[in-house]
Design a protein around this ligand. Structure first.
Ligand SMILES: CSC[C@H]1O[C@H](OP(=O)(O)O)[C@H](O)[C@@H]1O
Ligand SMILES: Nc1ncnc2[nH]cnc12
Length: 290
């Protein structure tokens, strides 16, 4: 199998540079249209697909990002490995604005987002104990290190509903829970990537101290975008370093992401809803076909 890298760019990251044969392509999915067209091309010889999470011009709010369509579209294009790039607030003094955090855990505080491809007529339960891919995360950390940024390997991301930022009481509560950073987008993606048997790694770029820090004002969009303007170049260099670290040949994932559905689907074959099974062609065709 060949490696194909998918990159989901968050706030402040609406394009990547240096793709050979670059073309924006429209992808249709059974879950509706993705956030935008997808920029395809090659980076260092490796096929790459880039999707701006909020769309170019930042048109989708975090709760309304079409997460299922986005993950389905990347899978449909042949993506094997997904790197998510996001802005985040920090709950830790030592995770300062400008730092990169390679995430490894999440806590969910979203409300009723579509967080699964499965449902009535085809029920599945994948493991989310380790929601990011350790193999891809190690490569991403190595790529980020080449840029010279301060890098933290491992971090827990509180995924809040938004779109308003947190109250001071919420910020202090999440800090007391041991969360490291906060954002509004990553967890639906991690859940869906696992269901779609895609490796998923996430770099959260610290833009602010949310609102808990006595020496810093409460976060606002201007502060996030100001820090991201400095960070985005580092993010692009890290992405550029990744193809060389991943290599073209995709061995089975040592973390098992590409086999996540092996023992997950519980609905008896003769009780499955053919319409839902048809929608799952790209995501779960490997285990549902035949
Ligand atoms: C622009 S500030 C809030 C916004 O930024 C983060 O976006 P992303 O995760 O896509 O980088 C945060 O999650 C909010 O959506
Ligand atoms: N403090 C914060 N809370 C939620 N999302 C963010 N994105 C960037 N900073 C954030």
């Amino acid at each position: 199998m060949q490696t194909m890298l998918g990159v989901i760019g968050g706030s402040g990251v609406y394009r990547i540079d240096g793709l050979e044969d670059a073309a924006w392509v429209a992808v249709e999915t059974p879950w509706g249209p993705p956030s935008d067209q997808i920029l395809t091309g090659r980076l260092d010889g490796l096929p790459v697909a880039f999707l701006p999470r909020h769309g170019r011009g930042h048109v989708h709010a975090p709760a309304e990002v079409p997460y299922r369509a986005n993950i389905d579209a990347l899978k449909r294009l042949g993506v094997t490995d997904v790197l998510s790039v996001s802005a985040c607030g920090s709950f830790r003094e030592d995770m300062a604005p400008g730092d990169f955090v390679v995430l490894d855990q999440y806590i969910d505080r979203t409300l009723g987002r579509a967080g699964s491809f499965f449902g009535t007529g085809c029920v599945a339960h994948v493991s989310l104990a380790h929601p990011t891919c350790a193999r891809l995360s190690a490569a991403v950390a190595a790529a980020a290190r080449t840029t010279g940024v301060t890098l933290h390997e491992g971090g827990t991301y509180l995924c809040m509903e938004g779109p308003q930022f947190s109250t001071l009481a919420e910020s202090r509560l999440y800090q007391s829970w041991g969360c490291d950073v906060i954002g509004m987008t990553n967890l639906p993606e991690a859940r869906l990537a696992r269901e779609a048997e895609l490796c998923y790694a996430a770099v959260a770029m610290v833009t602010d101290y949310d609102c808990w820090h006595p020496d810093h004002g409460a976060v606002d969009v201007a502060a996030v975008l100001r820090v991201m303007a400095g960070n985005a170049a580092h993010a692009r260099s890290a992405i550029a370093a990744l193809p060389g670290l991943l290599g073209p040949d995709r061995a089975p994932c040592t973390h098992g992401c590409d086999r996540a559905l092996d023992h997950a689907v519980i609905t008896a074959p003769d009780r499955r809803d053919p319409a839902l099974v048809a929608k799952l062609d790209a995501v779960a065709g490997r285990v549902l076909k035949g």
